[in-house]
Design a protein around this ligand. Structure first.
Ligand SMILES: Nc1ncnc2c1ncn2[C@@H]1O[C@H](COP(=O)(O)OP(=O)(O)OP(=O)(O)O)[C@@H](O)[C@H]1O
Length: 266
């Protein structure tokens, strides 16, 4: 097996428990896993199981209470902002709601130019052409650069968000419910785009979803979370066809029941 791009060791993330004064809530409880270069890992589990917290901790947006995060072997668990800066480019996030992830006062072109400017990746005279190229890579016409977020559909805006994440040529994208707010037909287009982007660039992805259909379509491996713990992890078809855990069987049971209902003529 290739060296992991990211390895997570015994990770624990805690929050203050709003229901118990002085109490803590363990959102991620001793999770260990690795992500290989170029791999799409699906994080599934019901609401509150800790998927988003794990995704954000991977990007060091939350501080872990215990455990280690290694990016290409380098321990990044406790790097301060200055130490993290060179690695921030390598890891990007795509959120569920594209509208709230863009500043409404900036055009899409300006939004895509910001990371390029911040990381000094592009001469000012080349910015417009570079932004146009990024838009084309995600299937948007270059003139979309002049639009404001509210002038775009959800699917177009999610394409722009993916384009923005790609401007820094990341090695890992954490996509958190990135298609769940989109209409079914648009969802399929964005999933195809993500698959094409992964194949073209070779980046790895942590794809957080509660939709098992989507996970099965896109992901090479699936990790099942429950109450902050990692219940099982394996190649997608192994998990779907031979789930190891009752909880996974129950999750899949819900999916199969829904499929059966959809097939039954009303
Ligand atoms: N910033 C926070 N402050 C306090 N508690 C939090 C915070 N973020 C998450 N939690 C709590 O941590 C637990 C895990 O939440 P998390 O959002 O990671 O789960 P999830 O599996 O992503 O759920 P969903 O699918 O609903 O987004 C929940 O009990 C949640 O209420």
């Amino acid at each position: 097996m290739r060296d992991p791009l990211l390895s997570i060791e015994d990770l624990v993330v805690e929050f203050r428990d709003p229901h118990r004064p002085g109490g803590v809530l363990r959102a991620v409880d001793g999770v260990s896993l690795t992500i290989a270069p170029g791999e799409i890992l699906g994080l599934v589990g019901e609401s509150g199981s800790g998927k988003t917290t794990l995704g954000k901790t991977i990007l060091r947006l939350y501080e872990p209470r215990e455990g280690r995060l290694r990016l290409k072997g380098l321990d990044i668990t406790h790097l301060d902002e200055a130490g993290l800066r060179p690695h921030r480019r390598a890891m990007q996030m795509v959120f569920q709601d594209p509208l709230s992830s863009f500043n409404p006062r900036h055009t899409v072109g300006e939004a895509l130019a910001v990371p390029l400017r911040l990381h000094r990746l592009c001469a000012p005279s080349d910015l417009a052409a570079r932004v146009a190229r990024s838009l084309e890579e995600v299937g948007l016409r270059p003139d979309f650069a002049d639009r404001y977020p509210h002038q775009m559909s959800g699917g177009q805006l999610q394409r722009a968000a993916i384009g923005r994440a790609l401007t820094l040529s990341p090695e890992l994208i954490v996509a958190d419910e990135a298609v769940s707010k989109l209409d079914v037909s648009v969802r399929a287009q964005i999933l195809n785009l993500l698959r094409a982007v992964q194949a073209r660039t070779g980046l790895a992805m942590v794809f957080i979803t509660h939709d098992l259909h989507v996970a099965r379509f896109l992901c090479h491996r699936i990790a099942v979370m429950h109450f902050g713990k990692l219940l099982e992890i394996g190649p997608t078809e192994d998990v779907f066809q031979h789930p190891q855990h009752d909880y996974t069987r129950a999750l899949l049971g819900t999916l199969h029941a829904r499929e059966a209902r959809a097939r039954t003529p009303s």
